[in-house]
Design a protein around this ligand. Structure first.
Ligand SMILES: Nc1ncnc2c1ncn2[C@@H]1O[C@H](COP(=O)(O)OP(=O)(O)OP(=O)(O)O)[C@@H](O)[C@H]1O
Ligand SMILES: [Mg+2]
Length: 183
C-alpha cells in the first residue's frame, strides 16, 4: 500500500488513523533517511493512542516506554463523564463501540546510533517485541532487521518530488482504509 502525504500534518494524521487499527502486539519498523518523517509518523501513532506526553526522539536513550490507557487505545468513541443510566452515577470514563483495546505500552526505539542489536536485547527489547499488550515502533529498523519478528509491519518512507512530499509504503493492510492522497 502506497500513500503520499503532502505535509507534516498529513503524516501526523496518517499515523493517527493507523493507530486506531492497532490491536496490540504489533511491531512497526520504520525505514527512511534522515528527516524522512519517521518521528512525525510516530507522533501521529501516539496521538492516535491518546498518549498526551510529547514524543521526542529517543536517540540518546535508545528506547522510551509510554503508558497507554487501555480504555482509550483503539477506541475512538471513548466518552468521558457519561452518566450511567442504570445507577445514575457519573462515570469517569467508559469505552463505547469497539472492544476495549489491550494496549498498555507504546515503545519507541531509535536504532540510528546503535552499534549492535545486542544493545537493544540487553535492555529488554525482546520482552516488548513479543508482548500482546505493547506496540513497538522502531526508527532505522533496517539496522536491527534480525531481531524483528516475522510478522513485523514495515513502513518505508521516501522523499517525494516536492520538499513536503513523502511517500509511505506499508507492507500490510494498515492504511487500506486511510484516506489521504494515494499514488
Ligand atoms: N509530508 C511530510 N511528512 C512528514 N514530515 C515532513 C513532511 N514534509 C516536511 N516534513 C518535515 O520533515 C521533517 C521530518 O522530521 P522527522 O524528525 O520526523 O524525521 P526522521 O525520519 O525521524 O529523521 P531522523 O532520522 O533524523 O530521526 C520535519 O522537519 C517535518 O516538518
Ligand atoms: Mg526521528
Amino acid at each position: 500500500m502506497k500513500i503520499t502525504t503532502q505535509s507534516e500534518k498529513q503524516t501526523l494524521n496518517l499515523g493517527k488513523k493507523i493507530a486506531k487499527q492497532l490491536k496490540g502486539g504489533e511491531v512497526i519498523g520504520l525505514i527512511g533517511e534522515l528527516g524522512a518523517g519517521k518521528t512525525v509518523f510516530i507522533k501521529g501513532l501516539a496521538q492516535g493512542l491518546n498518549i498526551k506526553k510529547t514524543i521526542t526522539s529517543p536517540t540518546f536513550v535508545l528506547m522510551k516506554v509510554y503508558p497507554v490507557k487501555s480504555c482509550e487505545a483503539g477506541s475512538p468513541t471513548a466518552k468521558f463523564n457519561r452518566v450511567n443510566p442504570i445507577n445514575n452515577l457519573r462515570q469517569r470514563r467508559i469505552c463505547l463501540g469497539r472492544k476495549q483495546s489491550t494496549i498498555n505500552n507504546f515503545i519507541h526505539v531509535d536504532a540510528y546510533r546503535l552499534k549492535s542489536a545486542q544493545d537493544l536485547i540487553d535492555i529488554g527489547i525482546k520482552d516488548y517485541l513479543s508482548k500482546k499488550t505493547a506496540v513497538t515502533v522502531i526508527e532505522w529498523a533496517d539496522q536491527v532487521k534480525n531481531i524483528l519478528p516475522k510478522n513485523r509491519i514495515l513502513v518505508k518512507i521516501k522523499m517525494g518530488r516536492n520538499p513536503n512530499q513523502r511517500i509511505f509504503e506499508i507492507n500490510n493492510q494498515y492504511g487500506k482504509s486511510v484516506r489521504v492522497q494515494r499514488t
